[in-house]
Design a binder for this molecule. Structure first.
Ligand code: SF4
Length: 494
């Protein structure tokens, strides 16, 4: 298989006003994995901002130039900051258009939106009372987003608006990271340490986690901050069993009222971790929502990606979970797994639908550097049309059973330049997923690799990341807990 253009090293020289060089570089590196800017063909960019509008030209030696005149920016709904941004947006669009044409790269259905959260842009436009028509025209003309992705975006943001609370700091949500898994999947880039080789770290990790829960729980109480949702992720929290799991959930109930808040969710992603005892413990402590993640229902692929369970174990886990009557069950699937085509993906989707979850998340495989597959990137088949067809099929199929998209995010090096989308039946949407993704609520992150996001009323976000490694987390907690408490306290007191 030929290596896709995006994965081949490239060289370019940039000729542009100094203040715009970073924007040009950013647009180039969003297309290619490795770029040398010291030699190679010249990309020349000019941008002229006059009272009449913004005139932008992008030229690449021996290729068709791109020229655009933007008078729409003179609309009174825009301010000076919009104008400065528009110059950069035009350059991004021009550079990407020229390079895609020159190298035969399919233009991304997401246009120049390369960020993780394209929904945030649309929410900001809605906040400014831009009309639907205006938003669609901006997505098309300025960002180059394809019609199918515009529809998806608007569908998602429409479902999210009712989740936004007037006060971004009360209530908050709580994330608890448990960085252990039975084994490490080949595509994983999360904080996930195989239990077999790292179980000796569990005791010290949990001891530190209990300390962090107590410290932050007391802080929230002092400030009379309510908790809207509690989410246990990782890793696979159900790798922890028996009395360890019970004690942890009890503590979360005591300090965050987890069993009485609006949403209490535990990732039980690996079906082999679900035993009657574990499910009994989750249920007894008030957990309402679990996630059982097959990723694929093809045994051959499961083996290939390092998940040591079978599709039948997924079926058994669903049957077992059904006995405990959790309010909601999510199932994750991955589109673009190695060796899988449309027929494999459709089979998995149908098999999952038969199991009856009320929430399905469709991920597109992202090969990050940290993953085992990431080291063999030439294996990545960037067949955009195939990926889009599968993604569109999933959307239509799920709409047919009243499961609608309500959150989405993107990653770099994602299969076919697609997206990850959460679909849910009415009222089965996860509050935490929306709050975490849209960053309209403060999230207190506890445990391994957990990220605290302190959101201000103007929607700026300050982050604090805990160490990913369970040993480092346990060792360093004493050092970082007081500064972290101080930072959160100061934020909540403003
Ligand atoms: S189950 Fe999830 S967190 Fe655990 S190793 Fe696999 S991808 Fe990573």
């Amino acid at each position: 298989m030929p290596i896709p253009q995006q994965l081949k090293p490239k060289c370019f020289q940039i000729k542009a006003p100094p203040e715009l060089a970073t924007t040009v570089k950013g647009a180039i590196t969003s297309l290619f994995r490795s770029v040398d800017f010291s030699r190679g063909p010249v990309i020349e960019v000019t941008a002229l901002d006059t009272a009449a509008g913004i005139e932008t030209t992008v030229e690449l030696e021996q290729h068709q130039p791109w020229h655009h005149f933007d008078a729409e920016i003179n609309d009174p709904c825009y301010d000076q900051a919009d104008r400065a941004n528009r110059v950069k947006e035009r350059i991004r669009l021009g550079v990407k258009t020229v390079l895609c044409q020159a190298y035969g790269i399919p233009f991304s259905p997401w246009g120049i939106l390369v960020g993780v959260r394209p929904t945030k842009l649309v929410h900001r436009l809605i906040d400014r009372n831009f009309s639907r028509e205006k938003i669609i025209s901006i997505l098309t003309d300025v960002y180059g987003v394809a019609g199918s992705r515009q529809e998806l975006l608007l569908d998602v943001v429409d479902r999210q608006r009712s989740f936004f609370m007037p006060n971004v700091n009360n209530p908050v949500s709580v994330y608890v990271g448990i960085p252990f898994c039975p084994t490490r999947c080949g595509y994983c880039s999360f904080a996930a340490y195989p239990f077999e080789t790292h179980s000796h770290l569990v005791k010290s990790f949990l001891k530190a986690l209990h300390q962090e829960i107590t410290a932050l729980g007391e802080l929230l109480r002092e400030h009379n901050i309510k908790v809207q949702s509690v989410y246990l992720g990782g890793g696979t929290p159900t790798t922890i069993t028996g009395s360890d799991l019970s004690k942890l959930l009890k503590l979360l109930n005591e300090y965050f009222d987890a069993d009485r808040c609006q949403e209490y969710m535990v990732e039980a992603g690996r079906p082999e971790t679900l035993t009657p005892e574990t499910l009994e413990i989750l249920k007894a402590h008030g957990v309402q929502r679990i996630s059982i993640n097959p990723q694929t229902m093809n045994d051959r692929t499961l083996q290939l990606i390092g998940r040591e369970h079978t599709a039948d174990q997924v079926r058994e886990a669903f049957a077992l979970a059904a006995r405990y009557q959790f309010e909601h069950i999510n199932a994750d699937l991955i589109l673009g797994l190695p060796g899988e085509g449309q027929a494999d993906f459709c089979y998995s989707l149908e098999e999952i639908i038969k199991l009856g979850p009320d929430h399905i998340t469709i991920h597109s495989l992202a090969l990050k550097r940290a993953s085992r597959f990431g080291q063999n990137l030439e294996q990545l088949e960037l067949e955009q049309k195939l990926g889009e067809a599968m993604s569109n099929y999933a959307r239509e199929r799920l709409a047919g059973i009243n499961m609608n998209p309500y959150y989405l995010y993107r990653q770099r090096y994602i299969f076919s330049d697609l997206e990850n989308v959460g679909y849910a039946k009415a009222e089965a949407e996860s509050i935490y997923n929306v709050q975490m993704m849209e960053e309209r609520q403060t999230i207190i992150g506890l445990g391994g690799g957990a990220i605290t996001k302190l959101v201000s009323p103007d929607l700026t976000v300050v982050r604090h990341a805990n160490p990913k490694c369970p040993a480092t987390y346990a060792q360093q907690l004493a050092e970082f807990i007081d500064p972290k408490k101080f930072q959160i306290k100061r934020h909540l007191s403003v």
